[in-house]
Design a protein around this ligand. Structure first.
Ligand code: ADP
Ligand code: MG
Length: 375
């Protein structure tokens, strides 16, 4: 149990539509991350699934039952928020036991369940302490314990790690992934942080202004973003966007011109192509100081030396920002032009409306399919 189906779900506040018809199917046991910028509707969608906010239109179906009119307690879900709202005067044990006390379970059952949960979350030595004595990470684990103890079919997490420092966030990410594999429950996790999405999700749902921009496995979104929004949101540092002009198109791909250079990209053309102004997408990690299929001269501004890599924040001659991720010892200097090479197979191409041309490359193998390579 723990299947979720959203059918054209809409949420409006007055005339303001916040969720604009979201349809999505989540399978039992999946770890799905909703990711998108602040204000795109992640919390609203999660609160509607939980039953904390009512739904303006569409259906929310949990385990084949439409739950739009059911109160939260009858939905078999538990929610963990960013601010973990523990009861400061209660011990860790009592905080975790709280929902079971509300259900009026026998004392022995409560003790057994709380101790089992505390063990999973490594809180078994802390049960008699109060939240004030715990670190932020431990407190968040208590809040998660309070959710787990109810044995819900679906867990909903709303940015649960945002209040923690970076090192603790990284640890908690790993703990949550382990917890998911132990409990095998369905988890829906909301975050604005694409790194959390990439590292934790079986599938990512990218939300943009109340719409689903794309749904897919993390590497599918990374290698085959369907639009400029997803391309810019997934990946760090962000993908570069360079204006180019289409000079020809055919079965071998689309040939674009950048200045006096031309490069043929292995993407599938559609419609009349020649003469159009398109957007070439280049990930910073696909740039190098060696010769590529396309070589772009840029002016580096800020250069960050991270040890393993160098990040160069540069500008194109036409003024757009251009970031290059280079080896740690890359011999580059601020305000001295550098030429970065990129390979055609690594590039992305978008039309005037921001839609991606389909890449022929197989995102699982990173190769061109045999048929495309032979062309
Ligand atoms: P996210 O969690 O992605 O940051 P939210 O779901 O909290 O975004 O909010 C989505 C949009 O809905 C925002 O523009 C927000 O201002 C609006 N919104 C949220 N709650 C209310 C409310 N109670 N009344 C009016 N507008 C709201
Ligand atoms: Mg939110």
């Amino acid at each position: 149990m723990g299947k979720l189906f959203l059918n054209k779900v809409v949420k409006s506040y007055g005339h303001f539509e916040v969720i604009k018809g979201v349809s999505l199917e989540i399978q039992e046991g999946e770890f799905v991350v909703f990711v998108g910028p602040s204000g795109c509707g992640k919390s609203t969608l999660l609160r509607m699934i939980a039953g904390l906010d009512d739904t303006t239109g569409g259906d929310i179906v949990i385990d084949d039952v439409r739950v739009n009119d059911k109160p939260p307690v009858e939905r078999g879900i538990a929610m963990v928020f960013q601010s973990y709202a523990l009861y400061p005067h209660m011990t860790v044990f009592e905080n975790i036991a709280f929902p079971l006390r509300v259900e009026k379970l026998p004392e022995a059952t409560i003790r057994e369940k709380v101790e089992a949960v505390a063990k999973i979350l490594q809180l078994d030595q802390r049960l008699e302490q109060r939240p004030g004595m715990l670190s932020g990470g431990q407190r968040q684990r208590v809040a998660i314990g309070r959710a787990i103890v109810r044995e819900p079919n679906i867990f909903l997490f709303d940015e649960p790690l945002s209040n923690l420092d970076a090192a603790l966030r990284a640890d908690m990410r790993i703990e949550l992934v382990k917890l998911h594999s132990d409990l095998k429950a369905t988890m829906i996790y909301v975050t604005h942080d694409q790194i959390e999405a990439m590292t934790m999700a079986d599938r990512i749902v990218v939300l943009n202004a109340g719409h689903i921009a794309q749904v897919g496995a993390p590497l599918e979104l990374y290698h085959k973003p369907q639009n400029l929004f997803v391309a810019g949101f997934i990946g760090n540092p962000k993908m570069n966007f360079v204006p180019v002009r289409c000079v020809s198109a055919g079965p071998e791909g689309v040939t674009v011109a950048y200045g006096d250079q031309q490069v043929t990209l292995p993407v599938v053309p559609h419609g009349e192509m020649v003469g159009r102004t398109l957007t070439l997408g280049i990930r910073p990690e696909h740039t190098s100081l060696s010769d590529g299929d396309l070589n772009i001269t840029v002016m580096p501004g800020v250069i960050e030396r991270l040890g393993i890599n160098t990040v160069a924040y540069a500008t194109l001659p036409t003024g757009e920002a251009y970031c290059a991720l280079l080896p740690g010892s890359a011999p580059i200097v601020t305000d001295e032009p550098m030429t970065t090479g990129v390979m055609a197979a690594d590039c992305h191409l978008f039309d005037e409306s921001g839609l991606a041309f389909e890449r022929k490359i197989d995102w699982r193998t990173q190769r061109l399919p045999a048929s495309a390579a032979a062309e």
